[in-house]
Design a protein around this ligand. Structure first.
Ligand code: B12
Length: 378
């Protein structure tokens, strides 16, 4: 009969053999400190419009509610610190995409490997269930207590060897937990690079990210228009934001690792035009299994409009004029804002004047402000 130590060791080796970049064990008990931190964040309203989060406190505080009988967790880490794929030729490719989204959606890409791990557990007589993000748990709390890294000022788990650009997954098991926990030492020191580099000052002094100010939140999770105050700071961020992770010195120290995720040029440097021209159905088909499907067609077109407005290249105005006829009010409104960033030309003024007849009052007020030159100096 193998001992629990041997079983844990075997599964940890299986994970690395499958291609994950790091893995470590931790007990299933969630510390009161971390539940309290989560609640403080929620009570301050920092979850913005992610209403599913406050509803999940009880589930996140007890791993047994996700998988009955959980005693220990194998926390897995995968690097997405990939080399940048080449920009494909043709199209309008001026938007920046967060690196985790350069590959097929990690939720689906990692699934077969996680299923293999579940089978390997079963073969040992260990009951186990794997999750990546979908399980309701405080994944960063598990990762730092497992010793995979520390929670940096950006609130991201930073690994000394892999850096800050990583994805987490977990395997919940009924194996006895390791006797001691070795929470990783904080190695941020006096560095505040991420705090200073955040384009919207979303990182608070007590190491929370306020989603109400975070570009990652706005470009991925938020529905409807993006608040005016963040649009110029959005720059060329089309989907997600890695600014606080790119600037982290530990990212620069990290080597490139074997990865289960493969970047694709068309995801790293997408053509923005299809976001305006595809129907929602065609968008869903074309981008199925990618992270973009989370923002949906309207969210991607909204983000693209703001990126084009910030780029201020007159060859993009045709797409923005097209977007003024979009079925999504947030897309039309964002296009009106974006056109207001350009030098006033007759064609743009005519298009914006027509938008004054829009059925949506936000589109009308943004078109009016654009015609008044309110966005040209931002
Ligand atoms: C909601 C969410 C978001 C929100 C809010 C982000 C945030 N910082 O809270 C938004 C949409 C903004 C977001 C953005 C991103 N996200 Co996100 N997100 C999540 C999600 C679903 C929940 C996070 C959460 O509970 N936040 C609430 C805060 C309070 O919790 P926390 O930061 O995790 O901290 C807990 C513990 O670390 C612990 N703790 C331990 N020590 C200490 C010390 C102190 C002082 C405190 C306060 C707490 C604390 O207590 C906290 C509460 O339990 C997780 C997946 C999951 N199920 O956990 C992914 C997750 C955190 N995201 C992830 C990623 C990759 C990103 C992005 C990089 C994507 C991108 N490129 O655009 C950005 C990074 C932005 C950033 N700097 O955080 C990864 C992080 C991997 C890693 N290595 O850390 C996760 C784990 C998903 C995954 N499975 O890989 N995300």
């Amino acid at each position: 009969m193998p001992t629990t130590d041997q079983e844990r060791d075997h599964l940890q080796k299986t994970v690395l053999a499958l291609g994950f970049d790091a893995a470590a064990w931790v007990g299933a008990a969630v510390p009161a400190r971390d539940i309290a931190a989560f609640q403080t964040w929620l009570e301050a309203g920092m979850h913005a419009g992610m209403d599913y989060l406050p509803r999940s406190v009880a589930r996140r505080s007890d791993l047994g509610s996700s998988f009955a009988g959980t005693k220990s967790v194998l926390v897995l880490m995968v690097s997405h610190n990939h080399a940048e794929p080449e920009i494909p030729t043709g199209g309008t490719r001026v938007g920046r995409v967060a690196r985790y989204a350069w590959s097929r959606d990690y939720h689906t890409a990692l699934k077969p490997f996680l299923e293999e791990l579940e089978r390997a557990s079963l073969a040992l007589g260990v009951r186990a269930k794997a999750y990546v993000d979908h399980g309701l748990m405080l994944e960063r709390s598990l990762a730092s207590r497992a010793g995979l890294g520390w929670r940096g000022r950006s609130s991201q788990i930073i690994s000394q060897s892999l850096g800050a650009l990583t994805t987490l997954a977990v395997l919940l098991t009924d194996l006895e937990p390791p006797e001691s926990e070795l929470e990783h030492l904080d190695r941020c020191g006096t560095c505040t690079a991420c705090v200073k580099d955040c384009p919207t000052n979303a990182i608070t002094p007590d190491r929370f990210v306020d989603a109400r100010r975070c570009l990652s939140y706005y470009t991925i999770e938020h529905r409807g228009s993006i608040p005016l105050e963040f649009r110029a700071s959005l720059g060329n961020h089309l989907f997600g934001c890695d600014d606080c992770l790119d600037v982290c010195p530990w990212t620069n120290h990290a080597g490139r690792f074997s990865s289960l995720l493969t970047p694709e040029p068309e995801l790293a440097h997408p053509d923005l035009e299809p976001f305006f021209t595809l129907s929602s159905n065609h968008f869903e088909k074309r981008f199925a299994g990618t992270a973009f499907s989370r923002a949906r067609r309207k969210g991607m077109a909204r983000n693209a409009a703001l990126v084009l407005g910030n780029a201020r290249d007159s060859s993009f105005t045709g797409l923005l004029e097209l977007g003024l006829h979009d079925i999504g009010a947030e897309v039309r409104e964002s296009c009106a804002w974006a056109l207001g960033r350009f030098k006033p030309e007759i064609r743009i003024e005519t298009a914006l004047t027509r938008a004054l007849q829009d059925s949506d009052p936000n589109v009308v007020s943004t078109a009016r402000a654009a015609l008044n030159g309110e966005f040209s100096t931002l």
